[in-house]
Design a protein around this ligand. Structure first.
Ligand SMILES: Cc1cc2nc3c(=O)[nH]c(=O)nc-3n(C[C@H](O)[C@H](O)[C@H](O)COP(=O)(O)OP(=O)(O)OC[C@H]3O[C@@H](n4cnc5c(N)ncnc54)[C@H](O)[C@@H]3O)c2cc1C
Length: 433
């Protein structure tokens, strides 16, 4: 089997395919292997947080009225390049349609269902990779600066609790007790007990790649340029030559859209650019991943650094870093945690985002031998493992453990065509775990 793309989603899928008994060849011009530069992948520099509490789609009710204000605020968490508007229109219109309350509720249920399965996707892979340190046990902390923000957090917590997410609302004093070094400006917070942090998401991807090689998998360090489908099988034209395969998984993150189009399937996928700035870490300055949601980034204690990562910029795949976004991120991080040390590094990454915040997991409408595992937006690290397991089950002709209709590459991402069915839990026999 060929897997296109070696970010956390492609790698997790390849390793799950091997666990189900398939041979894999991964195609990526810059995979996480010694001597290669993995920085272009979103999986390189994310906020490292496995976040089962992140069940709400980005397009929330009322967002249409908030966006103009966010765009006018040069320091806000959201920005776009106006000249990209024509390319963005299908995505933005589906995004706005996804924010209608009934649709938002439906999408929340879909994401929550997927979240309930993340550990069966991750645990076997993490055990196989070994040598990773997980910041477990603290949970993650969302902060609020006003009574109004905390009230909304209460409402969201009720919904989360209904979906089985464990969390509590905290007072300002309880926040200070847990994180005494944070600025004393938070009115309250929410603690999500089951979230945890990977010490180093890049190292995890290297570990996955090593595990794949140890099982006999191979890497072609070239770029997939075209996908041809015919009776005999699928042919991937790469920068290094043709690769023929009986089945192919497309998991090239934000770069999947053009390859999908070449295969005859259109995907409503765009990129939400995000940044990180990392700081030298002082011991015990921070113990949880913390987020002030209105600023749109996480501050995360990691191996040897504290990383501020997040914000959203609709800007395609080719434009350079915008220094002003990094400056704002750094300033806001220092406001949140005044004791932060010196800046160590920064990074721009490309989230592969769908307008309805659900990933594409499933076969192509054009040919059932082509599978899509892309579009994980803000949650690819969280959802990589379960995505891989679901794809491996499909490829093996098994019934996956949940209904994948809401994640179908052929769904309407605006919800305007037929209503997407709600996911149903479908316990099936476990394999390969
Ligand atoms: C600032 C920021 C913070 C984030 N924080 C979190 C977080 O805390 N938790 C979380 O769950 N998620 C987080 N995310 C999201 C997460 O990082 C992504 O959803 C995830 O990394 C996507 O993984 P992927 O494998 O789909 O894509 P990528 O990691 O982008 O990998 C795609 C791969 O495809 C390859 N490729 C591209 N074109 C081709 C081609 N033509 N042929 C072959 N290969 C190709 C690339 O080289 C790359 O290696 C964050 C993202 C950002 C930007």
């Amino acid at each position: 089997m060929a897997v296109i793309g070696a970010g956390v989603v492609g790698l997790s899928t390849a390793l799950w395919l091997q666990r189900y008994g398939h041979q894999v060849e991964i195609i990526d011009p810059a995979p996480p292997l010694p001597g290669m530069d993995f920085r272009r992948a979103a999986s390189f520099g994310n906020a490292a947080t496995i976040a089962p509490n992140a069940i709400f789609p980005v397009a929330s009710p009322g967002i249409l009225w908030k966006v103009p204000g966010m765009l006018l605020d040069k320091e806000g968490p959201f920005s776009l390049y106006w000249r990209d508007l024509p390319d963005l229109l299908p995505w933005l219109s589906a995004f706005i349609l996804s924010s209608r309350k009934p649709r938002f509720d439906h999408l929340t249920s879909c994401l929550a269902t997927l979240m309930r399965h993340i550990e069966v996707g991750h645990a076997p892979l993490m055990a196989e990779v070994g040598d990773i340190r997980l910041g477990r046990g603290t949970g993650s902390l969302h902060l609020y600066r006003s009574e109004a923000e905390l009230k909304s957090a209460h409402v969201a917590m009720v919904r989360r609790n209904q979906e089985g997410i464990r969390g509590d609302i905290l007072t300002a004093a309880q926040i200070r007790e847990r994180e005494p070094n944070l600025a004393q400006e938070y009115y309250g917070g929410a603690l999500f007990h089951d979230a945890y942090v990977l010490d180093d998401p890049e190292a995890y991807c290297h570990g996955l790649a090593r595990a794949i090689i140890a099982r006999g998998g191979s890497f072609t360090r070239g770029s997939a340029e075209d996908l041809e489908i015919n009776g005999a099988g699928l042919t991937v034209r790469t920068s290094l030559g043709l690769i023929k395969s009986d089945r192919v998984v497309l998991s090239a993150g934000a770069w999947s859209r053009d390859l999908a189009r070449r295969s005859g399937q259109s995907l409503n996928l765009n990129t939400e650019r995000g940044y990180h700035v990392s700081f030298t870490s002082q011991k015990e300055l921070l113990s949880h991943p913390v987020m002030y949601p209105s600023d749109g980034f996480f501050l995360v204690p990691m191996a040897g650094e504290i990383r501020a990562a997040g914000t959203v910029e609709l800007g395609g795949l080719d434009k350079p870093t915008r220094p002003v976004r990094l400056e704002v991120l750094e300033r806001k991080a220092r406001r949140m945690l005044p004791g932060l040390g010196t800046k160590r590094s920064d990074w721009l990454g490309f989230r592969p985002s769908t307008p309805d915040s659900l990933p594409f997991i499933g076969p192509s409408l054009r040919d059932p031998r082509l599978f899509f595992a892309c579009g994980h937006g803000h949650l690819g690290l969280t959802l990589g493992g379960i995505t891989g397991k679901l794809i491996a089950a499909l490829v093996s002709g098994e019934k996956p453990e949940l209904d994948l209709a809401p994640f179908s590459p052929g769904r309407s991402t605006s919800g305007l065509r037929l209503a997407d069915p709600c996911p149903r839990h479908n316990p099936s026999r476990r394999r390969g775990s």
